[in-house]
Design a protein around this ligand. Sequence first.
Ligand code: GUN
Ligand code: ZN
Length: 431
Amino acid sequence: MQDTPQVQAYRASLLHFHADPAQTEEAAAYHADGLLLVADGKVVAAGDFAALAPTLAPGTVVHNYQGKLITPGFIDTHVHYPQTDMIASPAPGLLPWLDTYTFPTERRFADPVHARTVAEAFLDELLRNGTTTAMVYCTVHPESVDAFFAAAAARNLRMVAGKVLMDRHSPDFLRDTAEQGARESEALIQRWHKQGRALYAITPRFAPTSTPEQLALAGELARAYPDTFLQTHVSENQDECAWVRQLYPQASSYLDVYDRVGMLRPRAMYGHCIWLSEDDRARMAASGAAAAVCPTSNLFLGSGLFDFARADASGMRLSLATDVGGGTSFSMLQTMNEAYKVARLGGSYLPALRMFYLATLGAARAMQLEGTIGSFAAGAEADFIVLDPRATPLLARRTAHSASLEELLFALALLGDDRCVAATYVAGRPA
Ligand code: GUN
Ligand code: ZN
């Protein structure tokens, strides 16, 4: 290996994945005494300290994080930045929560100064929690997208985001029209998609707030710009599902509303996916679309329990997400904690290794970004976090005698949160 002095070296326990732990026992790469080498914002190598240390050029600084665990930065595949300040707002279910809190809160994002202020706070909160990439809903206002991507660019973050499309069943101050929404989305794609680390997501909010015309135009845009992302909500809540059946009587299911207009495709991320049929799951798997599983939100709003066993049996792609402000924490560790319990209530079992996979490489795969983010493969972008297994007195007591990597990760997931994130690195630089 050609080492040059600009290589940065980090000594710690290292964990990343090559594959899904649900599919193979050799999915994880774990180095108890590891070394991560980074240059020019990219991973050069990750391996055992004993093997890599002799390859370092004389004078290379080794940052010592011994006793801590370095993993790829977490990826949150479904989150609403405008809802940052309304997290933990009480309401009896999704639809009243949207009317009472969400829509009035999102109204303020017509103001670019307000949007930028909240975007900055949101991104800082993600980084504090060790999340380095997210798929983000903005509001109906194009200004909210400009503000978000500008704040993300200032932090050099790999972020996916888009303008919400909504042309009915919402207050007039939050409505676009089918034509206007498509035109604004296309202009935003041209302005932001693949500029630096920014990636654009076509973002119809959900079927009830879009006319069939608007969804058809979203599908057309998704075909015209096949390397953009797409994101929406599906089958989150039973009242919502009943509403969709009324609004789209010709569709065979809620997911079919989207499938008919060409919205099921790779790089399409579907939030929630709780009340899917077997046929829906098979369509998700066949199309290359992926599910964003949002346990803290689903428990908080009483939406339902994601069925991990049926999802896995179908082969559909999965990822974990906070769904803040419906979600109650920015922490992907707390998201794992609740995902684990949701799986248990459904009779299945989610090992901690699988949850760490889903929050890193699994999400990158769901987003078709494997090799770019989510692992320490050589050449991947060096977004990584330093987790402290002794961050709290209780964690220190519990992890002092963890008998396996699985036990250590499980304690981090069940007991950990932002306090465990000792450092977050973005493209090789401390955030
Ligand atoms: N469905 C439509 N809009 C939203 C939203 O903002 N949050 C959640 N959780 N579900 C939605
Ligand atoms: Zn959501």
